[in-house]
Design a protein around this ligand. Structure first.
Ligand SMILES: [Fe+2]
Ligand SMILES: [Fe+2]
Length: 338
């Protein structure tokens, strides 16, 4: 019988005989995230699994430290992309080196192949190897595909704590990635690629915190409902820190460049970033993406654009309307190609 750990989504295979021999519910330690999975064996066809975090009732600094320690067990979302970025920035490396990096992860390599053969990239049926893809598409387009492929798995899952259905966070992240790149091309072209990457991973903190929020769902919902506050404020009230803070610290742990992790940390309050351009870009793209209604969930209602961020970028409300339609077009095309 297959049981999926609700904490980290690791699949565990437990022989049916072992489960059927038991009379009461059983707690199994997850070998991946080390949390306890409580399995309800009464419903033998599909036992329901409840996740109990190894950190118990920790909050604030202690909880954050415990999460940072265990976060290495998450799916290796950005590592392959990060290595590929290093290869591309090295003038001595070539297409072959880039292909070698991508091929270190078969699942990602397969996805990159599938996407590079989609109609969106105009190469349907012609690309049969990663090396060919890198020659045909060029390193920039391949890097984009790689980023998308790395993120689509983990970001695609449903987040019960945040009431996001399967694919919601992925679409929202795509929207913010596209929006950040469009803004960046207009005002800071050098940052365009970084802006895309930052957009794609800006809410990875929600992925990390989801099971913790889910455990405290009642308290979380109460704070949101009664206080009429945004999700980050409710996260702070319930856990002691928000998804942007934890994501930025995880990015530091993953050795993602500092201007990206800074932008992620302050994407909800860009003025605190001390004029880091990427933060303002990410913030405006994030709120604009929420306004398009793509995959944002309930949080979008209370999330407002910081007018000072618009001034900082020299952006007007007319630009936002145009940005919304460009974002929507990008997301629908990309979702089709994956
Ligand atoms: Fe966010
Ligand atoms: Fe977001």
């Amino acid at each position: 019988m297959e049981i999926v750990c609700p904490g980290c989504t690791k699949k565990l295979n437990i022989p049916d005989e072992r489960l059927h021999a038991l009379k009461s519910n059983v707690t199994i330690p997850c070998p991946s995230c080390k949390g306890d999975i409580e399995v309800d064996i009464q419903s033998k066809k599909s036992p329901s699994a409840t996740f109990i975090h190894p950190e118990g009732q920790l909050t604030g600094k202690e909880l954050k430290e415990a999460i940072l320690k265990s976060v290495g067990d998450l799916p290796p979302m950005p590592q392959v992309a990060q290595k590929a970025r290093q290869v591309i920035s090295n003038p001595d490396s070539n297409f072959k080196d880039l292909a070698k990096v991508i091929e270190t992860d078969q699942a990602i390599a397969a996805k990159v192949l599938r996407m590079s053969n989609s109609a969106y990239y105009g190469s349907a049926g012609n690309i049969s190897s990663i090396q060919q893809a890198s020659v045909f598409l060029g390193t920039k387009a391949l890097m984009e595909l790689l980023n998308l492929a790395c993120a689509s798995g983990p970001l695609g899952k449903s987040l019960n704590g945040y009431d996001l259905e399967s694919g919601d966070l992925w679409k929202h992240s795509l929207a913010v990635a596209a929006g950040s790149r469009i803004i960046s091309r207009n005002i800071k072209p050098d940052l365009a690629d970084d802006a895309f990457s930052a957009g794609l991973i800006h809410d990875v903190g929600k992925l990390i915190l989801d099971s913790y929020i889910h455990e405290k769902k009642e308290a979380f919902n109460r704070v949101v409902r009664e206080g009429k506050v945004t999700f980050p404020s409710a996260e702070k009230a319930v856990l002691g820190f928000d998804h942007a803070e934890i994501a930025s610290e995880v990015c530091d742990k993953w050795k993602i460049p500092q201007h990206l992790s800074l932008a992620i940390r302050y994407h909800h309050n860009p003025l605190e970033s001390e004029k880091n351009d990427l933060t303002y870009i990410l913030h405006v793209a994030d709120v604009t993406a929420m306004m398009t209604g793509i995959g944002g969930g309930l949080d979008g209602m209370l999330y407002r654009i910081d007018e000072k961020a618009l001034d900082f970028l020299g952006f007007g409300h007319m630009d936002i309307t145009l940005l919304m339609s460009e974002i929507a077009e990008y997301v629908s095309k990309t979702v089709e190609s994956v």
